[in-house]
Design a protein around this ligand. Sequence first.
Ligand code: TRP
Length: 450
Amino acid sequence: MSHHNSNRAMFATRFGAIAATVGSAVGLGNIWRFPYEAGIHGGGAFLICYLVFVFVIGVPVLCAEFCMGRGTRSNVFGAYRKLAPGKRWDYLGVLGIIASLLILSFYSVVAGWTIEYLINSVTGSLNFSSMEGGHNQFNELTTGWRPILWTVIFLCFNFLILIAGVTKGIERASNILMPLLFLLLVAFCINSFFMSGFADGIEYLFYPDFSKITPSVLLGAMGQAFFSMSLGLGCMMTYASYFNNRNKLGKTALTTAILDSLVAILAGIVIFPAVFTFGLTPSAGPTLVFEVLPHIFSQLPAGILWSTLFFLLLFLASLTSTVSMSEISISFFCEEKKMSRIKATILSSFISLCGGILCALSFGPLENFKIFGKDFFNLFDYISSNIFLPLGGMGCSIFLGWMVDKNFVSNQFTDYGKTKFHLLGLLVFSLRWVCPAAILLIFLNSIGLI
Ligand code: TRP
């Protein structure tokens, strides 16, 4: 980002804006969360639902967030306030800010695991050869008190990047590193092809058994679509407030959706054949990917090298996501509460650290501390991903579809009449009817009302 004459930052180029947006979207959500959610919810059936949600609900809501962010050049709270002064839609912004801090909490824990796996790869202590395998490895590394340390370390990296006046460095780095991560995943996919469990894994991931679609599969797939696209709490809105006026919002939204779901599918092709090859269960939950990956690396020549590279890239991909998540609350504290950027960053990091500690202990000392039958880690994830994100997305689409002047929307998509955008009617229709209705139906369905 560079600073223009106003003191709001801006992404320097169109490519930089797309790279930052994709950098936000692509992260642990694709590589860690997608495979485990798909594994819990029956594979192919989940994938189909997820893809339908990405393109039917996700893309329009992404357009809506882009439109509100770039049109108001504000943080999420300010965007609602500017567009409907005095009408308390800005509570949606508050919801987004709270949810972003919840997500940051458990996300930092998982990102902390990647640092730990990275360090252990480098030092050669990732246990490749033992037959008891990834499960013990995971327990050894991530239960107990030590995860707090890695969570703190991760949050420090996050902090430093945010303080450095945003992203020039990371924007540039992610321009190179995201394509590299992509290539690495492709290489692992090719490797999957030679595994004995390839056919089973592919069938599991791609063959939809429609009888497996239950209310909880639908809710999970919708939550995953929102989570993976960084949608529903104003993250993309905040980033779009740094877009320049020539950015074609519709194109950027579609590009983001396609690249993001592609990475998730690639991750699935890497993970599921290995799950079946090594006789693991797909429904292991949040630990799945971390238990499976060491098995894969152990079979590769120069496994240490591959695993180092992989965890390094995964760590950096997480960082580009948490930076975007933190930016939601930081821009709010700066612009609405008139804090300095440093103070705002400290506050945001401190809150996520407190939540992060609760989540970090959920696999060890706080394992048996349950609220609604879930430990902190799973509770934070479930509430934010399956409830707050879709709720925020529904609010955003209703708001833009019904409350905001249509000219405002059309101006954003046509650069004030300079270009054409043929899908405006369809977009507004989706925002008014399709998205709110679909999200509402899935909510009602999951609590058993329909
Ligand atoms: N989409 C990111 C991922 O897949 C996570 C993320 C970044 C996010 N910003 C967000 C999720 C805002 C929800 C809301 O890893």
